[in-house]
Design a protein around this ligand. Structure first.
Ligand code: BES
Ligand code: MN
Ligand code: MN
Length: 453
């Protein structure tokens, strides 16, 4: 068992997390480019402070990657830790109880954009290095860190970066803490992530917005036509209707469904936690399978006409929707995006001018739940929590995990310290401070367990 952190260490580590969280490193916002760079500087400062060597901020055509390493012995295994210091936009800012970039502690939780996704989580690994070096003046294995600044925009520059620095990044295993525990006292080892295909649909009707009384009944309405298209993308069984969508889907095996069935899962609890009247998983699957192991389609945004206070009798000229699909093996993001685009064009009536724009995507990732590398994570969890981790797939996407596997040949260990109720990508994002400290303990044990990889 590792030495537990002293109170003074805990408060110093919390201060460092606050410093990181106070920098608005919103990667998608060009106006924040400098702040993103400042955040990279702060990550590199904390890496150096922990005792990592060769710390450098490495440029990419987009936001920089922060690299650091600590090499003990060639004969020992090397783990490559991946995380991201960029965050999602903070809007709608008026729904935050305290400002998104003024980290605030309430009820044992730290509130700020990026707290659980992913600053709080990747920092656990850096602090674990600092704690181990202070206690033992060395590390049990070789470590390399790559903390990027473009995950939330689909990591457009990271695959070329991995190719370019293949030698430097040579390792035996990938470690990622950018996901959730199964329940507040139940860590999970994630063996699958969904992929993503994302599109924007723009419909144009008349050349300008029109008086709906003067022109309605003669001129077509893009808002209504867009809704008609969208309403045909899923059927009453919650199946995606895009032709060919399921063709390459590898169904869950009987064993996997049995293992899922043995997990402690109460759909009623999930239903209440999100505040809906009814859960709507795909027919034939339960909600846990639906949100982690099945492909799906969502409308992420809609825009048309008058949306302010009161009523305005307008016949809009344009309507826009953002639509995305979560994918599972062996669906291909580019192929699915094309199938979806073709189907939307087919559904679009002659009265509308239709533009479909394909946005970033990502491949799904799946590894056998009993892959030997995952055992190291189980060992660490047993030591700190005294219980067996749950093994499960996650519904979110970290598109670069597959590239680490394919470009660098690394098996992935995904061990998250967050929780799904921590409002990631939403107002009032937070991270349980207890799990920050426990995450540091688990990371220390994980490094130790990886010695026997
Ligand atoms: N950390 C999340 C993904 C995640 C969340 C994995 C919860 C497992 C559990 C990551 O930062 C993220 O938000 N990814 C994006 C994908 C990206 C291409 C924008 C996502 O899933 O929407
Ligand atoms: Mn993340
Ligand atoms: Mn995210």
């Amino acid at each position: 068992m590792s030495t537990t952190l002293t109170d003074s260490k805990k408060s110093a580590y919390l201060e460092d997390l606050k410093t990181l969280l106070s920098i608005p490193s919103v990667s998608t916002d060009p106006a924040r480019k400098e702040e993103v760079g400042r955040c990279a500087q702060e990550v590199s400062r904390q890496m150096k402070e922990a005792g990592l060597q060769q710390v450098e901020i490495m440029d990419t055509p987009g936001h920089p990657v922060v690299y650091g390493e600590y090499l003990v012995d060639n004969a020992l295994p090397t783990a490559l830790v991946y995380g991201h210091y960029d965050v999602q936009p903070e809007d709608p800012v008026e729904l935050w109880t305290t400002p998104p970039f003024e980290p605030t502690v309430r009820d044992g939780k730290i509130f700020a954009r990026g707290a659980t996704d992913d600053k709080g989580q990747f920092l656990c690994h850096i602090k674990a290095v600092g704690a181990l070096l202070e206690e033992e003046s060395t590390l049990p294995i070789n470590l390399k860190f790559i903390i990027e600044g473009e995950e939330e925009i689909g990591s457009p520059n990271l695959a070329p970066f991995l190719k370019k620095h293949k030698e430097k990044l040579n390792a035996d295993v990938l470690l990622v803490s950018d996901s959730a525990m199964y329940a507040p006292d139940q860590p999970s080892v994630v063996y699958g992530l969904r992929g993503l295909a994302y599109l924007q649909i723009d419909l144009k009707g008349a050349d300008s917005d029109l008086h709906s009384g003067v022109f309605g009944g003669a001129v077509p309405n893009p808002a209504l036509e867009l809704c008609k298209i969208l309403s045909q993308l899923k059927d009453k069984d919650e199946k995606v209707t895009v032709p060919g969508f399921y063709d390459k889907v590898e169904d869950m095996s009987t064993e996997e469904r049995t293992a899922y069935g043995e997990l402690d899962f109460d759909p009623e609890e999930l239903r209440k936690s999100v505040g809906v009247n009814k859960l709507t998983p795909e027919a034939g699957y339960n909600a846990l399978e639906g949100r982690t192991a099945r492909p799906t389609l969502e409308v992420n945004g809609l825009l048309s006409g008058y949306t302010g206070e009161g009523a305005k009798t307008v016949l809009p000229a344009k309507a826009m929707a953002k639509v995305s699909c979560r994918l599972v093996p062996n669906q291909d993001p580019a192929e699915i995006a094309q199938l979806l685009e073709d189907y939307i064009r087919k559904l679009c009536p002659e009265s509308m001018e239709c533009t479909v724009t394909q946005m970033h995507g990502g491949h799904p990732w799946l590894t056998p739940p009993d892959h030997p590398a995952l055992e190291a994570a189980a060992v660490a969890v047993r030591k700190v929590f005294n219980k067996e981790p749950v093994r499960i797939r996650e519904g979110g996407s970290i598109p670069i995990v597959i590239d680490f596997q394919e470009i660098l040949g690394l098996p992935g260990i995904l061990l998250g310290y967050g929780l799904n109720d921590e409002n990631l990508h939403a107002p009032n994002e937070h991270f349980r401070i207890e799990n920050y400290y426990r995450g540091i303990e688990i990371s220390k044990e994980l490094f130790r367990a990886l010695k026997n990889l």
